[in-house]
Design a binder for this molecule. Structure first.
Ligand SMILES: [Zn+2]
Ligand SMILES: [Zn+2]
Length: 334
């Protein structure tokens, strides 16, 4: 049974944007699980070939969103990456960039046909979850949203251990004290999947494996493989000898490694050791050891404006010509 919207026609949400949207969706309930044919990439680079893995970065900023002068080229939204293989739609992380993905999907056939979306979380720091309440497809009753994340045991406010699943974490983010619209008002059909660093998933034609990264409260890296192509997404990771070696094995021979390049080595060594992030020099080391073909540098520091990121990109290319500092909205087809 598809959950129905609980807003009435007269009840106005304090965030009227949601009110209008949810109401419109509730008038035309569809059937959960219909295959959708999204048009997100058709304008730009859809080859019509469903064996291609299509990747689009909707947010590449780390730590918190930024805007203003100096952020035009690389953008200010936090982590969200969309991967499409035919009718299989995978999203990694729900930073503020997921709002833009939702707007794109709403221009596709999704609202009419419904469909499945797989949302994988690397971890639940703010910059990876805070766009979720603004992801419009999550309000569509004919969308089946599969949500994947780890369950963590962490100290509570009184230092007693608490268990936090991905479901609990997302619900608490939308507690009425923080946000006016709770997850119970998001009318999509939601299934929560508990995963671990050992998990193996098959989503449509995409095989996914996981790997634990060194970061406060730890992070999951994902390796996506389809039709002989492979894409590794590894953000929020601090390098050390073991991490460099193990990640180069996890990313072995990948076509693309998307990696946390938040700091220059000089910045890292000056004051960022232990902050949970890495450098492009470490990324390049992983690529060289693992035979990775292309490096996508992501999780840009909020203090790094366009000139700084362009300079870092130029320096990285001297060491590894296939290094690319990812701009928001960058698309790549494998
Ligand atoms: Zn982050
Ligand atoms: Zn983090």
């Amino acid at each position: 049974m598809i959950p129905r919207l609980k807003f009435s026609r007269r009840k106005r949400c304090p965030v009227c944007f949601f009110h209008i949207l949810v109401f419109a969706a509730s008038r035309k309930p569809g059937v959960a699980g219909n295959a959708a044919t999204f048009n997100v990439f058709l304008k730009v680079n859809d080859t019509g070939n469903s064996v291609s893995l299509q990747i689009k970065y909707y947010g590449v900023r780390g730590s918190l969103p930024v805007s203003g002068k100096g952020y035009d080229e690389f953008g200010g939204n936090t982590t969200c990456c969309f991967i499409k293989l035919g009718d299989t739609h995978i999203v990694i992380d729900a930073g503020t960039g997921i709002r833009l993905l939702g707007l794109d999907l709403m221009k596709s056939e999704l609202p009419k046909l419904g469909g499945e979306i797989h949302l994988l979380f690397t971890h639940t720091h703010w910059d990876h979850i805070q766009g979720f309440p603004f992801f419009i497809p999550a309000f569509l009753p004919n969308v089946h949203l599969h949500i994947y994340g780890e369950t963590k045991t962490v100290p509570g406010l009184d230092d007693t251990d608490e268990e936090w699943s991905i479901e609990r974490t997302l619900k608490m983010q939308q507690h009425f004290m923080y946000f006016p619209v709770g997850t119970k008002y998001m009318s999509s059909n939601k299934t929560f999947h508990k995963i671990t660093p050992q998990s193996k998933l098959t989503l449509g034609g995409v095989k996914i494996s996981c790997f634990a990264l060194h970061h406060p409260n730890s992070t999951l890296a994902y390796r996506l493989e389809a039709n002989g192509k492979s894409f590794v997404f590894a953000t929020d990771v601090e390098h050390n000898d073991a991490m460099l070696e193990n990640l180069s094995l996890f990313a072995k021979d990948a076509d693309v490694l998307a990696y946390d390049c938040q700091y220059t080595t000089a910045e890292y060594e000056a004051s960022k050791v232990g902050w949970g992030h890495s450098t492009y020099e470490s990324a390049i080391e992983i690529c060289k050891r693992g035979g990775v073909k292309n490096l996508h540098m992501i999780h840009h520091d909020p203090l790094h404006t366009d000139p700084t990121l362009l300079a870092m990109e130029a320096d990285a290319k001297k060491l590894f010509p296939k290094a690319h500092m990812v701009r928001e909205s960058f698309e790549y087809t494998l």
